[in-house]
Design a protein around this ligand. Structure first.
Ligand code: FE
Length: 185
């Protein structure tokens, strides 16, 4: 049980200092800010954990942080989902898997949403398929986890503030531990 938490958090020790895709925060700062917003919204331990780990797929490869500028999508939502599935329930892994789809969804249904995306996020949107089609919107809304994915997506978009004071990884490891314990009990 502890080893699952260690395996997950170890990725932040190895790569947490790396740049978050052209934004002014590191991967670890981004993860902690997203988890802080989830916690402030009174979310479940699962959704706080999903916010913390949503970009873990970015920590699992050695592509440069600006690979979208070269037309390369690292498909981090898929690799992150696959990795986390070993340890965590759907309540964590599905919002992680769907957080890019949620961006494509919001761009299609909320005219104000696309306008507030950061420039790197606009660049990656094109590689990720652009705004959803009507059929894709329907499929997304039918998914049980789509609303959690949308919530996560909005925290993700806000979690890019340079120098913001947030709790440490140790603080959020309690939510992670809780979800892992429940899954393995
Ligand atoms: Fe993110």
């Amino acid at each position: 049980m502890t080893s699952a938490v260690d395996s997950i958090l170890h990725l932040f020790e190895l790569h947490g200092d790396s740049e978050y895709g052209g934004e002014e925060v590191t991967q670890l700062e981004h993860a902690l800010q997203a988890a802080t917003l989830a916690e402030a919204a009174g979310s479940s331990p699962s959704l706080i954990t999903a916010a913390l780990l949503h970009d873990i797929g970015h920590l699992m490869h050695s592509l440069p942080h600006d690979s979208p500028d070269s037309g390369i999508d690292d498909l981090h939502e898929t690799s992150g989902h696959r990795f986390l599935q070993q340890y965590l329930p759907d309540s964590v892994t599905e919002p992680v898997r769907l957080h890019v789809a949620a961006k494509r969804y919001l761009c299609a249904v909320d005219p104000g949403y696309a306008a507030q995306l950061s420039p790197p996020s606009v660049t990656s949107l094109q590689l990720q398929g652009g705004p959803m089609s009507a059929d894709e919107i329907r499929d997304f809304e039918d998914n049980h986890w789509s609303q959690d994915a949308v919530r996560l997506r909005k925290w993700d978009d806000q979690a890019k503030i340079a120098g913001l004071a947030v709790p440490t990884l140790d603080h959020f490891s309690h939510a992670l531990q809780q979800v892992v314990s429940k899954e393995s009990s």
